[in-house]
Ligand binder design. Structure first.
Ligand code: ADP
Ligand code: MG
Length: 380
């Protein structure tokens, strides 16, 4: 039984002894362009992927939530709306749900309780945003079940605020917005300052391959937090509200206020915003050669200016770039390698990862063949 909706229904019946009323889903995502730009109020260009979290729900008349997940089997977790207790970053998966009800309560929304059975195929902690998929699927379920009529953007905002304020994971808006608002076959150009977005049709000739080198997420997250602090400090030194307000000429004029390293960090954010906007246009115009160049520039900027690329990832990106030339783009994206390439090249890229790259590095990477999917919603 491989269909997640069937598995969620089965888990629900096994757990609660009755059939669910409805099913909801929300997808994971990959970010095509815009690394570390979302929390700097810049531009990002993610796409939802065909891995999703599905929740089977049954309405309750009280304010109790009871939840099980196949990812953490064995125990029915429960809490009441507005009585979430202490929510913190850490190992407790239910905090990703509790932070959503806490944010709703803080906004003066009133929601009835639900029984929930959760299954999904977004890999956890692999940089494909299983956390946002869980939050947004849950927020969507509550919105329907309690007839709150929240827009996808409003659900994304509640989920993001929940995670930032209650779990103290000060994330940007990208993950929740794409999971809530994606359209099939499109990426979404997101302006993280204005919270505006534009669907960008992906060229039909491109395949999406995501390669997970499984290099240890903990070090990656620490580095992410470190860069967030650095960006915030640089913003202060420049006397700005956010790095979104900085141009390359302003940065050059203010060079004396920054160390050489701080200058490079800021330059990455500024040029990455430009590349993100340019990449969206290149994809809309089917200009794959231009897109390819922008992906290569992003990789170089992440490596040389922002210093977030491991040697192994750079090696793989270089190998794939050499193979595909300008018939697609490849870069590191949230700890994975993303290749958006002409369909004809898929087998060659897979072969390269499994053979040439494996022989050179000993790394057995996981390869995900993906497609750009639609956002959260009710399944039935
Ligand atoms: P990512 O979002 O990149 O997958 P995170 O560390 O941000 O990685 O989020 C992963 C966490 O989200 C998991 O450890 C778990 O707490 C929670 N989570 C995600 N999906 C599920 C699920 N289907 N069931 C239970 N918890 C989940
Ligand atoms: Mg996450």
């Amino acid at each position: 039984m491989s269909n997640p909706a069937q598995r969620a229904t089965k888990l629900f019946v096994q757990t609660f002894g009755t059939k669910p009323d409805e099913l909801y889903q929300a997808p994971g995502r990959v970010n095509i362009m815009g690394e570390h730009t979302d929390y700097n109020e810049g531009l990002a260009l993610p796409a939802a992927i065909n891995f999703k979290t599905v929740i089977a729900v049954k309405h309750r008349d009280d304010n109790l939530f009871r939840a099980v997940s196949t990812a953490f089997p064995g125990k029915i977790e429960q809490w009441r709306f507005g009585e979430e207790g202490t929510i913190a970053a850490g190992d407790d998966w239910t905090h990703y749900l509790k932070c959503v009800t806490a944010a709703m309560n803080q906004s003066g929304l009133l929601a009835k309780g639900l029984d929930l059975a959760i299954v999904g195929d977004v890999p956890l902690g692999a940089g494909l945003s299983s956390s946002a998929a869980l939050e947004v699927a849950f927020g969507t379920a509550i919105s329907y079940a309690s007839q709150l009529h929240l827009s996808p953007l409003a659900i994304a905002q509640l989920a993001q605020r929940g995670e930032s304020q209650f779990m103290c994971l000060d994330c940007g808006m990208m993950d929740q917005m794409i999971s809530a608002m994606a359209e099939p076959d499109h990426a979404l150009l997101i302006d993280c300052l204005e919270l505006e977005s534009e669907a960008v049709l992906l060229p039909e000739e491109l395949s999406m391959i995501i390669i997970d080198l499984k290099q240890g997420r903990q070090a990656f997250i620490q580095q992410f937090e470190q860069r967030k602090k650095e960006c915030s400090h640089i913003t202060q030194l420049l006397g700005l509200d956010s790095l979104r307000d900085c141009s390359l000429s302003l940065l050059t004029q203010s060079q004396d206020l920054l160390t050489e390293e701080q200058f490079r960090r800021a330059r990455h954010i500024i040029t990455e915003n430009q590349r993100t906007s340019n990449a969206a246009r290149a994809l809309q115009q089917n200009n794959i050669a231009r897109f390819s160049q922008l992906m290569a520039q992003s990789q170089a900027s992440m490596r040389d200016d922002f210093e977030i690329i491991t040697a192994e990832i750079d090696t793989l990106v270089h190998m794939i770039a050499t193979l595909i030339g300008e018939r697609g783009g490849v870069r590191m994206s949230d700890g994975c390698v993303l290749a958006l390439i002409n369909h004809d090249l898929s087998d060659d890229v897979i072969n390269l990862v499994e053979n040439q790259f494996f022989k050179q590095t000993g790394i057995e990477a996981t390869i995900h063949l993906c497609s750009a999917s639609g956002g959260a919603g009710r399944i039935r």
